[in-house]
Design a protein around this ligand. Structure first.
Ligand code: NAD
Length: 300
């Protein structure tokens, strides 16, 4: 039977560590502050934003959610982001995606000051990541790395196959795993929608990461015995037996993959909770850098 990698419990442990660091900062008169901007009425985004807000407050941070209607102008949003950039109480700025189609997502993300880019999506953060320099790491990929490490699953010398090449998951995760050092040193293959015969790659993997956005796509016959499986996907599938009319599932077909795996993340309760924990970690680190405490936070 596979070890079920408990992201909820691991995220709780990380938040407890961060709470201590926040207390130390507050003793020095600094309260780490997270500014979240939410545009429109996307139901999933509202849930994510309120979870981030609650998690930040729970560990003693300040958190502000700035809500804008879906027809907000680009000019107004730019001005708002500029104010957040210059507010000394704000150590981290997050622009919740997706944005309504009239707003240029990439352009607005690039307006966020690189030193407050706690989502880790700014080109400066991604450049530092690629070069193996300290900087904000994108939260979901970093969460995957920390989760494996805290379960004692080494990536050193392992063949990691990542399915998905998005800028927020697949590409940064490949960069994290291919760096030198702890939690990395892997041989990485990135597969995507144009990869022919995907299973020939996933069957070679010691570790498979699924970040596809396609419900239960990776099935048992696509992985080898003893594989470690990380399921980043979050998909809603219709389910008339559920009061909500849907259930959440990942990109991995759990019931056929789990019997072959040595360890696997569930959905929900796997990677998802780690994403918020790493957002808090980036914000605490940002506040610490203002006090002269430098160096990345060691969460392994
Ligand atoms: P995306 O749509 O930006 O990228 C999906 C990737 O999958 C693409 O690179 C594409 O090439 C690849 N792909 C699509 N179809 C494929 C196929 N048939 N074969 C091989 N590759 C294929 O998605 P994303 O933003 O990277 O998110 C991926 C999933 O992870 C989604 O379910 C999303 O909801 C979830 N997600 C979860 C978290 C979290 O906190 N757990 C965070 C971000 C994203």
């Amino acid at each position: 039977m596979a070890i079920i990698i408990d992201g909820k419990k691991t995220a709780q442990e990380i938040r407890a560590k961060l709470k201590i660091r926040v207390e130390k900062l507050r003793e020095k008169g600094i309260t780490p502050g997270l500014s979240v901007t939410l545009v429109g009425e996307n139901a999933a985004s509202k849930v994510y934003v309120s979870s981030k807000d609650a998690a930040a407050r729970e560990i003693g941070m300040s958190s502000w959610t700035h809500k804008f209607p879906s027809d907000v102008s680009e000019i107004e949003l730019r001005e708002h982001l500029r104010c957040q950039n210059s507010d000394p109480a704000v150590h981290g700025i997050l622009l919740q995606l997706p944005l309504p189609s009239h707003l240029p997502e990439e352009h607005l993300l690039n307006l966020i000051a690189a030193e407050k880019d706690v989502d880790g999506f700014h080109p400066v953060s991604l450049g530092n990541l690629m070069l193996g320099r300290p900087g904000f790491k994108p939260c979901t990929p970093w969460g995957v790395q920390v989760l494996l490490n805290r379960y004692g699953i080494s990536t050193r010398g392992k063949h990691v196959v990542i399915v998905g090449r998005s800028n927020i998951v697949g590409k940064p995760l490949a960069n994290l795993f291919m760096q030198k050092g702890e939690g990395a040193d892997a041989t990485v293959t990135v597969c995507h929608s144009a990869t022919p015969d995907l299973a020939q790659f996933t069957r070679q993997a010691d570790i498979v990461v699924a970040a596809i956005g396609c419900a239960e796509f990776i099935r048992g016959d696509m992985v080898k015995d003893g594989v470690v499986v990380v399921d980043v996907g979050i998909n809603r599938v219709e389910d008339s037996s559920s009061p909500k009319g849907y259930r959440l599932c990942g990109d991995v077909h759990f019931s056929s993959v789990e019997p072959k795996a040595s360890a696997i993340t569930p959905v929900p309760g796997g990677v998802g909770p780690m994403t918020i924990a790493m957002l808090l970690a980036n914000t605490v680190w940002s506040a610490e850098s203002k006090t002269g405490i430098s160096g990345p936070i060691d969460l392994f």
